[in-house]
Design a protein around this ligand. Structure first.
Ligand SMILES: C[S@@+](CC[C@H](N)C(=O)[O-])C[C@H]1O[C@@H](n2cnc3c(N)ncnc32)[C@H](O)[C@@H]1O
Length: 132
């Protein structure tokens, strides 16, 4: 398992100093259904699936030109990289290519045990993804 450091006992959300340790909260709380909003090349989705007992992780991104994808990496290539990285998880991994808000309408309330938001990083996008 890949953690920022080793813990012997249960951790509280406030103990987390690296997002890598988030997987410990997942298994500790027996969370089974999660979503990463903004998956880019799927590296963090892979970390979540590899190091937890999640039943299913939805990896959502628009993989389009706005908000930096094309500057960092051509969007099509980032989507393909994500697919390549996550396909080994079979049905545990579901990739959805949509705008975050639009994707949120596809799920009923309380569908997810957790929602990890890492899409647009400007304040308007973050507030919008939080539904504020
Ligand atoms: C910062 S990267 C995510 C990095 C990824 N979470 C990781 O840790 O490897 C942002 C991603 O969010 C996606 N994105 C940005 N705004 C979005 C939106 N409104 N809806 C869906 N995806 C969005 C981009 O396509 C990109 O894949």
């Amino acid at each position: 398992m890949l953690f920022s450091n080793e813990y012997e006992q249960d951790i509280k959300p406030t103990d987390i100093t690296s997002r890598l340790d988030f997987v410990r909260l997942i298994d500790q709380n027996n969370w089974k259904v999660g979503v990463e909003v903004g998956s880019f090349e799927g590296k963090f989705s892979e970390h979540l699936l590899e190091n937890s007992s999640l039943d299913v992780l939805y990896s959502i991104a628009k993989w389009a030109d706005r908000n930096g994808d094309s500057e960092v990496y051509p969007p099509m290539r980032s989507r393909m990289a994500c697919r390549k990285r996550l396909r080994k998880y079979g049905k545990r991994s579901v990739m959805i290519q949509k705008e975050s808000l639009s994707a949120s309408w596809d799920f009923p309330n309380k569908h997810f045990d957790f929602i990890y938001i890492d899409a647009g990083h400007d304040s308007l996008s973050v507030l919008s993804d939080l539904g504020i």
